[in-house]
Ligand binder design. Structure first.
Ligand code: SF4
Length: 236
């Protein structure tokens, strides 16, 4: 049944004779395929080209006697191309995930008329990483392209069970109001007679994808507000 949905979809039903169980041809093996119709003759490979392209034949007659190169290269590999090939421009950047700061090359191409990040690779010119990225950095393309990425503010009210969308301005005002109110309510000028000028009413916990510059500003803001509990994954 799988065959009818995939492989056979290319073959017009009108060209096929009625199904006959005794006429099933031998197919190249594909474990999950189950035949319930014979395959059109044109779909079978020509025996001569099949033998000529057989890796063993190529090993015996060609220069790749050990079968590590051309002799065993599949048609899929033969037609494969780098994911960066279609890029229209390349921008240099830095991986945002951790303090190593590996350099990246961001490949951009037009997709549906829009500039789109099509691939992110390590930058070989970087003295830090010399073209390498760890698995996390290699997946950083998803930061901008993954369909599950949230690009709108979501808010869950106290005791609420669902998320609701808020406008960015409204969300920023709500955060600012709460920070100011909390600071006023929890401000400490002294402790045990010593000046401290701080609040323990709020703390900051940054995410790993914030970059150095963002963390610098966040650290400065929270310190100026009197917070002493400021943390971040990896970068501060
Ligand atoms: S997360 Fe990986 S690729 Fe990114 S900076 Fe750190 S080590 Fe480099």
């Amino acid at each position: 049944m799988v065959l009818r949905d995939t492989f056979m979809s290319d073959i017009s039903a009108a060209t096929l004779p009625p199904p006959r169980r005794d006429s099933y041809p031998a197919l190249p093996s594909a474990g999950y395929v189950r035949l319930d119709r014979p395959v059109a003759r044109a779909a079978l490979p020509d025996p001569r080209s099949w033998i000529v392209n057989w890796p063993v034949y190529q090993q015996l007659t060609g220069r790749d006697r050990l079968g590590r190169g051309l002799a065993v290269r599949s048609p899929h590999t033969e037609h494969a191309a780098p994911r960066t090939e279609a890029a229209e421009r390349v921008t240099n950047s830095v991986c945002p995930y951790c303090a190593v700061g590996c350099a990246q090359r961001v490949y951009v191409a037009k997709v549906n008329g829009q500039d789109t990040v099509t691939q992110i690779e390590g930058d070989p010119d970087s003295p830090v990483s010399r073209g390498r990225l760890c698995p996390k950095g290699s997946a950083s393309k998803q930061l901008v392209t993954h369909p599950g990425r949230q690009v709108r503010v979501l808010y869950r009210r106290p005791y609420g069970k669902t998320w609701e969308r808020l406008g960015l301005d409204q969300a920023m005002d709500m955060i600012a109001d709460r920070v100011i109110a909390t600071r006023a309510a929890t401000w400490q000028e002294t402790q045990d007679g010593n000046p401290v000028n701080r609040t323990l009413g709020f703390a900051s916990l940054g995410g790993a994808t914030l970059d150095n510059e963002e963390n610098y500003l966040i650290n400065k803001l929270w310190t100026a507000l009197g917070a002493i509990q400021i943390e971040n994954q990896a970068r501060i």
